[in-house]
Design a protein around this ligand. Structure first.
Ligand code: UP5
Ligand code: MG
Length: 191
């Protein structure tokens, strides 16, 4: 028999653009499974295994964990869920991620579209620094934030451009109140 493929919506945008916040709302409204690559990496780090130090290094430096690690965490989460439709939040973030995903996952997934939260840098920085007062995230500080922005601009924007060239990007103005952003998101899901 033929296995039906997993459906994937990639959710991209700068640090603090609101990916996680909006994904939670999408889950409630449309019943996708939300997989945040960053959350999966933080959970793996918390196990304290052999990958923990490497992951922590990348997170505090705003650099990107090699795709073999991230992609296998995503793959396992997808398989374990028993579900079919996924929001993959914060991945693919660079050329290495894109190539690795295509090599490992193209046969068993269909990328439906890319939801792109377009947020001005100053809003991103302000949101993350504010969250840093209580989040306990080791990258919600000024120095890591600068690095995260550089990585996003230099490495992630080209991936968004690539998907744009494929006609797959649905763009959201993310510097609006949460409910207004979600109105745009609903439009994006119904178009
Ligand atoms: N907030 C949200 N929406 C708002 C709105 N409309 N108006 C006002 N405030 C709003 O939101 C961030 C903050 O803003 C919150 O306090 C929220 O209340 C408020 P959130 O929804 O968390 O935004 P999000 O885009 O999810 O921000 P996040 O910080 O999670 O984004 P990053 O992309 O930086 O973080 P992620 O967890 O994806 O990755 C962290 C690190 O992990 C990366 O830098 C990298 O080192 C590593 N990583 C990899 O190596 N590979 C991967 O594939 C993924 C991650
Ligand atoms: Mg997030």
């Amino acid at each position: 028999f033929i296995m039906s493929k997993f459906n994937v919506v990639f959710v991209l945008g700068g640090p603090g653009a609101g990916k996680g916040t909006q994904c939670e709302k999408i889950v409630k409204e449309f019943g996708y499974v939300h997989l945040s690559a960053g959350d999966l990496l933080r959970a793996e780090r918390a196990k304290g295994g052999k990958l923990a130090d490497m992951i922590e290094h990348h997170i505090t430096n705003g650099s990107i964990v090699p795709v073999e690690v991230t992609c296998s965490l995503l793959d396992k989460a997808m398989e374990d869920s028993g579900k079919q439709d996924f929001l993959i939040d914060g991945f693919p973030r660079n050329e290495n991620n894109l190539q690795g995903w295509q090599k490992a996952m193209d046969d068993k997934t269909t990328v439906k579209f890319v939801l792109f939260f377009d947020c001005p840098e100053e809003d991103c920085v302000q949101r993350c620094l504010e969250r840093g007062l209580t989040s306990g995230r080791t990258d919600d500080n000024e120095e890591s934030m600068r690095k995260r922005i550089v990585t996003y601009t230099q490495s992630t924007m080209p991936i968004i451009k690539y998907y744009e060239s494929q006609g797959l990007v649905r763009q959201i103005k993310a510097n609006r109140p949460i409910d207004e952003v979600f109105e745009q998101v609903k439009q994006a899901f119904s178009s």
